[in-house]
Design a protein around this ligand. Sequence first.
Ligand SMILES: [Zn+2]
Length: 130
Amino acid sequence: MSEATKPIWFTAPEVNQPATALPEHVRSMLHGIGLGISVLAAAKVTCWADLDGVLPEPLRLTDTQMSLVNANTHVLGLLRPKSKVAICPVCGRWQMYSSTAPSRCNMSLHCDGKPVQAKPFRRAEVPPED
Ligand SMILES: [Zn+2]
């Protein structure tokens, strides 16, 4: 393997909100979508379908990350470059947006949740700890 094809791993972004404050299913979704967004950018494709079901070299995901991504391909399939996704930690619904993140939930009626943005993962030279 040459220097040019060193593996690229992904590591979780810093989050403003403590991850433990979020329900597990919301946290999993944030991570799965954040990873997917980073994979799209690193693979230089414009949509999920362009990957054709293959993680291109030299990108790497841990088994856990692969599961998180696969659990969220229904969302990832809708993303385009610059799409952002916010998930409501209260009602669990999600939405895409392209400019400013919604400051309060408008996905359910009478929901007082504050949507959290799925942040892209950062590239890393070594595998993250799962
Ligand atoms: Zn909500």
